[in-house]
Design a protein around this ligand. Structure first.
Ligand code: 7TS
Length: 402
């Protein structure tokens, strides 16, 4: 059996999305900027995709939604353009983000620091979320931007974006949120929440890889990251990737229609899996379920290195993650777990399991069985895990093996 439980890294393309995309590879392949009919025939499809994204996010007509190549681009765009537009030559020099952002925010902030920007990385509480009061104390009149993710890719924890948005509005500071792990998983209502810029990526909700978007409130100014042919109203140059844009539109529509039922079904499977895994002693799941994406479990298994666990799961046909796939080639402790306050040993034992609407009950049963087997095997050979061993003829006693 093969079980894919790494849906926070990417998801399978929904076949209904592929069906919508196909004609734009081979039949309607014209450049939308061309004036002949080969180009113009694509316009209604692009307009439909834009509508689908606006509807899914309840964006207003005054807002802009600009297609990009991915959320990494959207995040880079906001951070670098706020730097260029507001910080360079201005009297502000400060950006606030969190310790637990995706590398596309964190590494960009590190680069901005090398350009002289002061960056505050907000700590998170033991649930892995930023508390709005913490933010309040760091905003100064030098702060140009606050960038806080909507939900964590590692823990699935949902951040208090509405409260943070209110604080930013009150203090007159621009607010960006990386909503990659929120769109299609929880309600993202851009008229209910005050946020200036929102990043998203289609492949996290069963759309194609290589297409994302940036939402810009009230179509406000933000200088382009990519200059060139002036596509997308001169906000993002580059020939429109029509098939992928069409795919993103269809995928977001599918992900947000009847979302509550879909999410409830994912939650049921996730909870059953989580309950079963927590039966294994010395295991911990990060973050309470009520405030966590319904598809995500970040579980620590005392005495079991995450990489060893991945290996065993992979050998059983189960795809999981020790954290962000972008960084998982490095044998490092899970930085989000460290930020939450886990000790170094525990932070090496995190395994992320992330479900999707395609995850089945049979797959959950199979995963429970093989997860438990793997823990047993790996703990038996672990040099650090305290095992209870019976002494010959005597009572069981705890012996620490270091
Ligand atoms: N922001 C968040 C919160 C993400 O989870 C990811 C991808 C990105 C940005 C980047 O998206 P991209 O489409 O530009 O690549 N997150 C992960 C992950 O958790 N494991 O692999 C990729």
């Amino acid at each position: 059996m093969e079980v894919y439980l790494d849906n926070n890294a990417t998801t399978k393309l929904d076949s209904r999305v592929l069906d919508e995309m196909m004609p734009f590879f081979t039949e309607m392949y014209g450049n939308p900027n061309s004036l002949h009919k080969f180009g113009t025939v694509t316009h209604p499809a692009i307009a439909k995709a834009i509508d689908q994204v606006y509807t899914a996010l309840n964006a207003s007509d005054d807002d802009d939604i600009i297609f990009t190549s991915c959320a990494t681009e959207s995040n880079n765009w906001v951070l670098k353009s706020v730097f260029n537009d507001i910080i360079v030559g201005g009297n502000k020099d400060h950006i606030i983000t969190t310790e637990v952002e995706h590398p596309s925010v964190l590494i960009t902030c590190k680069w901005l620091e090398s350009q002289g920007v002061k960056v505050t990385y907000l700590p998170v509480n033991d649930q892995g979320v930023v508390e709005p009061d913490t933010l309040k104390s760091f905003i100064t009149d030098k702060t140009a931007l606050v960038s806080v993710m909507w939900a964590s890719n590692e823990t699935g924890m949902i951040f208090p974006i509405k409260e943070i948005g209110e604080i930013c509005k009150e203090r007159g500071v621009l607010f960006h949120s990386d909503a990659v792990q929120a769109v299609g998983k929880i309600k993202v209502d851009l008229q209910d929440v005050h946020v200036d810029f929102v990043s998203m990526s289609a492949h996290k909700f069963h759309g194609p890889k290589g297409v994302g978007a940036l939402y810009i409130k009230n179509s406000q100014e933000l200088s382009p990251l990519l200059h060139g042919g002036e596509q997308m109203g001169n906000r993002r140059s580059g020939t429109l990737n029509v098939a992928y844009i069409v795919g993103m539109g269809k995928a977001i529509e599918l992900a947000t229609t009847d979302m509550q039922d879909t999410i409830a079904s994912i939650r049921e499977k996730r909870d059953r899996l989580e309950d079963a895994l927590l039966e294994v002693e010395d295991t911990f799941v990060v973050g309470n379920r009520d405030n966590r994406n319904a598809n995500t479990i970040l579980i620590s298994i005392r005495g079991v290195e995450g990489e060893g666990m991945l290996w065993d799961l992979n050998n059983s046909g189960i795809g999981a993650s020790t954290g962000s796939a972008c960084a998982s080639a490095e044998l490092e402790a899970n930085s989000v777990m460290l930020a939450i306050g886990a000790d170094n040993e525990l932070a090496h034992t995190g395994i992320r399991l992330s479900l999707s609407r395609f995850t089945t009950d049979e797959e959950i049963d199979y995963t429970i069985k093989h997860f438990k087997k793997a823990v047993e095997r790996l703990r038996a050979i672990s040099s650090s895990y305290a095992k209870v061993k019976p002494t010959p003829g005597g009572e069981a006693q705890e012996c620490e093996l270091h």
